[in-house]
Design a protein around this ligand. Structure first.
Ligand code: HSE
Length: 445
């Protein structure tokens, strides 16, 4: 600090803040969790923040639907909250885009720091919102948007930032992980497992987002944007859900020593500043750290050039786990406001290009119904080999002995996806192949 600056700072000391005043937007599952945590842990939150953190207003959509919360300052006028000069921090837990984007923008414009759990908002508009916060010297934190209670955003932004990222691999959706675990371990149907997930409160009201992997795509876009230092356009993330995984695939994967997981991956692409960013079902060897992540648990397996392999895991959804991340962010903002700091937002750089899925390299699992006759295996191996697809394992069972139909499962060595697709197209033309039942990507052992 130069002499003039130190003199002027000494001449006009800023008033000491007595508390941080917080407003909550949304009182759904996570909102209630945050409300309860702020009440039940208020003493330790105050001690860690260094000053009281007071919840002063809550915005809800429908005042008539608020049950079981004793709070005098509820309103259905959310805009009045983001314009209220007495509020320092807005916690956005509405979800979706329309209303949430409008309110977050207004809050930032009004100079309020924002904490949000909204993955869609950050995946689609994070780059712009972070810049808004950065230019105003305020905070925008979103730890709860990815992995529920597991700290992922902050470690990627800070402790792991010195690494060149080799690969991110995550189980980032609790609902689908729960469904796949229940099918594998208890033999229940997809529908039964989904309705349990909804009853436990970690499946979204509309399961499409989870099952068709939109949720995991938002999350890997966010983590990849932080890890690779530029916004990854979420609409370019390759996305396949678990709706095509059949109980027979789960069975064969198990026999071959694999678990099927919905895995989100982000890794450097072949060219320049591009990445491969994708979410799809994946056969993971049972000895891989991600294979043991069960039920609604989430995990991120981070590989960095210096740190090596780091695994994070924990509850990726639910009121309490998500509240833990929201309140952690809030304490961070409060500490910063206490010292009148400039905010710790790091704007993302230029957008990063996502490579087409055809360039990704993987091993494959392939399940076919075939003629159960001599020379059939040779014909199939030849068709695959023409495109450089090499086999590494095989399992077979008689499917229909009267009609000489066998069910056969192959695993391949690693190959570029576009070559595998060409081989698949040729296989479909073979007379001996009755049906291509399914194919999935595999992490080679
Ligand atoms: N529905 C999500 C999941 C939780 O199942 O993981 C919120 O991100």
């Amino acid at each position: 600090m130069n002499a003039d600056a130190s003199l002027s700072a000494a001449a006009s000391p800023s008033p000491i803040r007595e508390s941080i005043r917080v407003a909550l937007l949304g009182l759904g599952t996570v909102g209630r969790g945050v409300f309860r945590m702020l009440e039940e842990n208020s003493a330790s939150i105050r001690a860690k923040a260094g000053l009281p953190v007071e919840l002063v207003r809550i915005g809800v959509r429908d005042l008539g639907r608020v049950r079981g919360i004793e709070f005098p300052h509820l309103t259905d006028d959310a805009r009045s909250i983001v314009q209220d000069p007495d509020i320092d921090v807005v916690i956005e837990l509405i979800g979706g885009i329309d209303q949430a984007l409008d309110l977050v923008e207004r809050a930032l414009e009004a100079g309020k720091s924002v904490v949000t759990a909204n993955k869609e908002l950050i995946a689609k508009h994070g780059g712009r919102l972070l810049r808004m916060a950065f230019e105003r010297g305020i905070d925008l934190h979103f730890e709860a948007a990815v992995g529920g209670g597991i700290p992922l955003v902050q470690p990627l932004k800070h402790q792991l930032a010195g690494n060149d990222v080799v690969r991110l691999m995550g189980i980032l959706n609790g609902t689908t992980n729960y469904i796949l675990t229940q099918i594998a371990e208890r033999g229940v149907s997809f529908e039964e497992a989904l309705s349990h997930a909804q009853a436990f409160g970690f499946a979204e009201a509309d399961p499409t987002n989870d099952v068709e992997a939109y949720d995991a795509a938002y999350k890997i876009a966010i983590l990849g944007s932080i890890a690779f230092g530029g916004p990854i356009p979420v609409e370019q993330v390759y996305r396949e859900g678990i709706q095509g995984v059949q109980p027979d695939d789960v069975h064969f994967a198990d026999v071959l020593g694999y678990a099927i997981k919905l895995v989100a991956i982000c890794e450097p692409g072949a060219g320049g500043r591009s990445v491969s960013a994708r979410v799809h079902p994946l056969l993971v060897p049972k000895e891989h750290p991600l294979a043991g992540v069960r039920n609604e648990y989430n995990a991120l397996w981070f590989q960095g050039d210096f740190v090596g392999d780091v695994m994070f895991s924990g509850r990726g959804a639910g009121a309490e786990a998500t509240a833990s991340a929201v309140v952690g962010d809030l304490i961070d903002v409060a500490r910063n406001l206490k010292i009148k700091g400039p905010g710790s937002v790091i704007p993302w750089g230029d957008p990063i290009e996502v490579e087409p899925i055809g360039l990704a390299r993987s091993s494959y699992y392939l399940r076919l119904l075939v003629d159960d006759r001599p020379k059939v295996l040779g014909e199939i191996a030849l068709a695959l080999g023409e495109h450089g697809v090499s086999l590494s394992a095989m399992e077979m069972r008689v499917f229909d002995s009267a009609n000489h139909v066998g069910e056969i499962v192959f695993l391949t060595h690693e190959v570029e996806e576009r070559l595998f697709q060409r081989a698949l197209a040729d296989l479909e033309q073979l007379m001996v192949v009755k049906k291509v039942c399914n194919w999935l990507r595999v992490v080679e052992k």
